[in-house]
Write a protein that binds this ligand. Structure first.
Ligand SMILES: [Ca+2]
Length: 222
């Protein structure tokens, strides 16, 4: 009786592992959902603006576990200003802070005291490491950009591409929204439930137990 139970056990474990693997497929897909990269804390203490032809930029790094991503949008927190023109030009730059990853996009920062979001998903921009979101001012001192002075993440720059000044002692309120590409390897830092991350490992553990049990049964027969 005991021997029969032992023989059935590996089959049950294999079935359990298969079920867990199937279930884990859906949460892992969820883990690829969009992720906002931010170095500011979301609360502005001040504002800033650039001269005509000047740039502001934030240098972004992909989170660990994400080696490649689609850039879905760029965000700019506008503080109310009295000026006329609010058009700026967004430049998406590669890790060297110079190479344009897409044709620059002119965008109207229209909404006061709010995040203004430039959709970029149709541009199919793929980033594989650090990248920059730079904003070129067409009008002197307009629009005002939110400034988070609570900390200094060291990600904010002024100047022009290739001549970046890292001396801003605050965080410019420019953000990027990405979507990681490819299956996460060894877990990923995206905000998702723990089951999504642990399920593939649980399935693997189940398989190892099942294989060990089969070997044990075979040895007993020998
Ligand atoms: Ca703040």
């Amino acid at each position: 009786m005991l021997t029969m139970m032992t023989r059935k056990l590996p089959l049950i474990l294999v079935l359990m592992a298969m079920i867990v693997s199937t279930v884990s497929f859906l949460p892992v897909q969820e883990a690829r959902a969009s992720l906002e990269l931010a170095y500011d804390d979301g609360d502005k203490e001040a504002r800033t603006s650039a001269p005509q032809g000047g740039y502001f930029a934030v240098k972004f790094s992909l989170p660990s576990g994400c080696s490649m991503a689609n850039l879905l949008s760029a965000r700019f927190y506008k503080v109310a200003s009295q000026g006329g023109g609010t058009n700026v030009v967004f430049h998406i730059l590669g890790s060297n802070g110079v190479t344009e990853l897409t044709t620059p996009v002119t965008y109207d920062i229209a909404v006061d005291n709010s995040w203004n979001e430039l959709g970029l998903s149709s541009k199919n921009i793929v980033v594989t490491g650090d990248f920059w979101v730079a904003v070129e001012y067409l009008t002197a001192d307009d629009p005002y950009l939110g400034l988070d002075t609570s900390s200094v993440a060291g990600r904010s720059y002024s100047g022009t591409p290739g001549f970046w000044n890292p001396g801003i002692q605050a965080n410019l309120m420019i953000r990027a929204v990405i979507e990681c590409i490819g299956a996460p390897v060894g877990g990923v830092v995206l905000p998702t439930n723990a089951l999504a991350i642990l399920a593939p490992f649980a399935a693997l553990a189940g398989l190892i137990v099942a294989v060990s049990a089969v070997i044990a049964v075979k040895r007993r027969r020998d």
